[in-house]
Design a protein around this ligand. Structure first.
Ligand code: FES
Ligand code: FES
Length: 161
């Protein structure tokens, strides 16, 4: 079996993997990163989104062997020094979840979106998250949360009124 080296949430792992093993299954079943859910397993829902070498990727659409030598960040690696990432805080503050199944992927996609557009319009947020589906259809609060997260990350702070 191929042997790969992959860094996940700052820890280096060396794993023997079957060539057909998907990255999401490596993360969940072998490394215990169950914060990354599987929604569809077909690249459609975005629930499994992680950062792969700094950009968002659907981890059910990547083979573990393709991640050899890569740096992966999951929702569990976003918090730093015991503090949630501003985008995690914003989803919490804006109640941008119902069942929460889509939330890890939404947050990862939102963080990636802001790398290209730090001050996105609501339309740009909706476009940027179009690969992530919320079965609970809580899109209004999700868009509000991403806007709030963007403001927090730009250091502007957030108006509460
Ligand atoms: S589980 Fe990967 S896109 Fe749905
Ligand atoms: S909060 Fe339930 S799928 Fe989005």
């Amino acid at each position: 079996m191929p042997r790969i080296t992959v860094t996940v949430d700052g820890i280096v792992y060396e794993e023997e993997v079957e060539p057909r093993l998907l990255l999401v299954h490596l993360l969940r079943d072998r490394l215990g990163k169950t914060g990354t859910p599987v929604g569809c397993d077909t690249g459609n829902c975005g629930a499994c989104t992680v950062m792969l070498d700094g950009r968002s990727a659907k981890s059910c659409s990547v083979l573990a062997v393709q991640a050899d030598g890569s740096d992966v960040v999951t929702i569990e690696g976003l918090a730093r020094n015991g503090r949630l990432h501003p985008m995690q805080e914003a989803f919490h503050a804006e109640h941008a979840l119902q069942c929460g199944y889509c939330t890890p992927g939404m947050i990862m996609a939102a963080v990636d979106l802001l790398k290209d557009d730090p001050d996105p319009s609501d339309e740009a947020i909706r476009r940027g998250l179009e690969g992530n589906l919320c079965r609970c259809t809580g899109y209004c609060n999700i868009v509000r949360a991403v806007r709030r997260g963007a403001q927090e990350m730009s250091g502007e702070g957030v108006r509460t009124s």
